[in-house]
Ligand binder design. Structure first.
Ligand code: PGA
Length: 249
């Protein structure tokens, strides 16, 4: 079985400051280890400061287009040139507030890989979809949009983050068993097309992860770490979450 890397990623959303870069980079540098990848996703203007601090950095979105007349957008090559290595695509807030479709998300995924950034594909069902038993159908369609555009092999150089929308920023976390069941569904679905790739694929859980629930979530066999929102803004919480991911491979 391929060994997959555990990752703890911090999504700052539209929060943060140069002061927070100092605090969080000191904290992350104090818990860094070969066992896990720790990546922070600050707002765009803070990327150079975070890169300079030695923390692996990503951005929260990118443009699907190549440079041109797209006021307010940010090109993937510039993100890469500034030293970022990862980019979130399809975060639920981008899908719901900015109306990004599965097709747009797939185009962003493709553009990220074109310049050598590693996309983290965020997927997950809404509360009503969950209540109607549509979780598997929704996450399958979100993954299929990428596979149909680029082929399953494109997932090799990516990470998937399963984030049930009803758990994001709500304090309601999926139970470890509930999350594990969806992670297994995702891995099995990809394994039906490429088993080695699926075994090596890092699949993160996200949605109200904190230092109290992270250990049990990360201990699940198909959960390879977390995408952390609110708790990634607090140095103590975030380092505790990172430490809880060590030794779970
Ligand atoms: P949360 O956010 O941890 O604050 O729920 C997770 C995310 O949006 O990635």
């Amino acid at each position: 079985m391929a060994i997959r890397k555990t990752m703890v990623a911090g999504n700052w959303k539209m929060n943060g400051s140069l002061e927070l870069v100092t605090q969080l980079s000191n904290a992350v540098n104090s818990v860094k280890s070969n066992e896990i990848d720790i990546v922070l996703f600050p707002p765009f203007p803070l990327v150079p400061a975070l890169v300079d601090s030695g923390v692996t950095t990503g951005t929260q979105t990118l443009s699907e287009n190549t440079p041109g007349a797209f006021t307010g957008e940010v090109d993937a090559q510039l993100i890469k040139d500034l030293g970022a290595e990862y980019v979130l695509v399809g975060h639920s807030e981008r899908r719901s507030i900015y109306k990004e479709s599965n097709a747009t998300v797939a185009a962003k995924f493709a553009r990220a890989q074109q310049v050598g950034l590693t996309p983290i594909l965020c997927i997950g069902e809404s509360e009503s979809e969950q209540e109607n038993g549509q979780t598997e159908h929704v996450v399958a369609a979100q993954i299929d949009a990428v596979i149909e555009k680029l082929g399953v092999a494109a997932l090799k150089h990516s990470v998937i983050a399963y984030e049930p929308v009803w758990a994001i920023g709500t304090g309601k976390t999926a139970s470890p068993e509930q999350a594990q069941a969806v992670h297994k569904f995702i891995r099995d679905k990809i394994a039906s097309l490429d088993s080695d790739l699926a075994q090596g694929l890092t699949i993160l859980y996200g949605g109200s992860v904190n230092e109290k629930n992270s250990e049990l979530l990360f201990a699940q066999p198909d959960i390879d770490g977390g995408l952390i929102g609110g708790a990634s803004l607090k140095a103590d919480s975030f380092t505790a979450i990172c430490n809880s991911a060590k030794g779970t491979v």
